[in-house]
Design a binder for this molecule. Structure first.
Ligand code: SF4
Length: 438
């Protein structure tokens, strides 16, 4: 067995799961570099001697992926390619005791709120003066900003509160300061993320403060796009829509997971809203902000979901014509309220329902995209792919929404540039265009 010794630790941080986990890994990366410990994120070279896997524990597929990743690095350790393996994040928080028994090769497991002791195990001090500083791992021109941690909602299917705890908002001042530092490093677009962004401020200020926060971030010099994710429908604060309408650099974009549209299913899910209120909310938002793109997420196959209730969801999606939609199949998660019910929808039926719903959305997305042909839009360019520049409009968030492709031809452009583009063609999930001379 080949044993490699390292004078100096070199840490590879491997992130799984959502953008909130990405932010946690960025905070860890910043702390390590602040301690002058060599560290990289998703590093591919083979000169690391320490690996930290930041896991996801949300649903079955994600848990499987996390376990496979840990097993991969256990092999790396056993074959002497790495010396130390640490595991943190949601899966580690949720199943720490079991994982420790099943995977003794792992040097240590940490919960989602144990950064200081993880750092100690990596030979680093937890530097409070680095809070609000963040070395980002996304392309330089956009970044995620986690405005709060945890969630107080009782959604019956969701294990997130078990892994992230109660809702804790960060102060507006600390978030504005962090946004300023990100802008100083070239960030132009900020995605506001949380488990439940609309709850922002209730714990800290005793009132909802999301709209105030969005406006404060929008006023940060250099920030050209502010984008809101993970809004909760029940008790939705409409002043958020006013903030979107009144500030040109707050994107006409709203990510608001609705999960379902049948009254019975929404009740069992403990979502605190019903079909009619959901319809009224979406219509009111569109009325106040006609140019908005609404992204939502639906879940199919929740225990007890009948064919009729699923058809109600399909009709709702046809009627509401969301610009962007994602679908999850229900995952039977221990420790959640839904786990007390029978997981009675067969996997193949869940998959069929998810495919049927996405088929409906594909048609809506194609029609919506076609309506943009001939229009001129502002595009932020993220990368070059083969002979195209690839970017997004204000109606598209990175990694989850549509992209716009512009031929390189004789166009000169840098990644991270905003340019005006005339839409010339459209497909289900992409737009095609040409640069408009400014
Ligand atoms: S609001 Fe989101 S994170 Fe919170 S319990 Fe519901 S689904 Fe889970």
């Amino acid at each position: 067995m080949k044993v490699r010794s390292h004078k100096q630790n070199k840490v590879n941080i491997v992130t799984l799961g959502c953008s909130k986990n990405t932010v946690d890994s960025e905070v860890l990366l910043t702390q390590l570099q602040g301690n002058e410990i060599a560290a990289e994120h998703q590093g591919e070279s083979d000169d690391f001697n320490v690996v930290v896997v930041n896991t996801c524990g949300f649903i079955e597929n994600a848990k499987q992926e996390s376990i496979e990743t840990i097993l991969h690095y256990i092999d790396e350790k056993e074959s002497g390619n790495i010396e130390k393996l640490f595991v943190t994040g949601c899966l580690s928080h949720r199943y720490k005791d079991d994982l420790q028994k099943e995977m003794p090769e792992v040097d240590a497991f940490f919960g989602t709120m144990e950064l200081p002791s993880l750092l100690e195990n990596l030979g680093a001090d937890y530097k409070k003066d680095l809070l609000g500083e963040r070395r980002t791992t996304t392309p330089f021109h956009f970044a995620y900003l986690k405005i709060s941690e945890g969630c107080d909602r009782p959604c019956s299917f969701c294990a997130i509160p078990l892994m992230r705890g109660k809702h804790r908002s960060r102060s507006i001042e600390s978030l504005v300061e962090e946004a300023g530092k990100l802008a100083a490093k070239g960030v132009k677009e900020i995605m506001l993320i949380a488990q439940d962004s609309t709850y922002y401020g209730l714990d800290l200020y005793g009132e909802r403060k999301l709209a105030d926060l969005m406006k404060a971030i929008a006023d940060v010099e250099g920030i050209e796009w502010v984008r809101l994710h993970y809004a909760f429908p029940s008790g939705f604060p409409m002043d958020v829509i006013d903030a979107i309408s009144e500030h040109p650099n707050i994107c006409n974009y709203l990510d608001i997971p609705l999960q379902h549209a049948s009254d019975e299913v929404l009740k069992v899910m403990r979502r605190g809203i019903n079909e009619q209120k959901s319809r009224d909310l979406i219509s009111k938002i569109r009325e106040r902000s006609p140019n908005i793109a609404i992204r939502t997420t639906m879940m199919v196959g929740h225990p007890g979901e009948t064919e009729e209730e699923f058809q109600k969801l399909c009709q709702f999606v046809k009627d509401m014509r969301f610009e962007r939609l994602g679908v999850f199949t229900y995952s039977h998660e221990d420790g959640t309220h839904s786990y007390t019910m029978a997981d009675d929808i067969p996997e193949e039926v869940k998959e069929e329902r998810a495919a049927d719903l996405m088929e409906i959305q594909e048609q809506i997305s194609l029609e919506t995209n076609r309506e943009r042909i001939g229009s001129v839009v502002q595009v932020l360019f993220d990368r070059i792919e083969q002979d195209h520049f690839v970017g997004r409009t204000e109606w598209d968030s990175p990694e989850v929404d549509n992209e716009i492709l512009v031929p390189i031809d004789n166009n000169y452009m840098r990644i991270g540039d905003f340019r005006k583009v005339k839409i010339t063609d459209a497909s289900e999930f992409d737009l095609f265009g040409e640069i408009c001379e400014e």
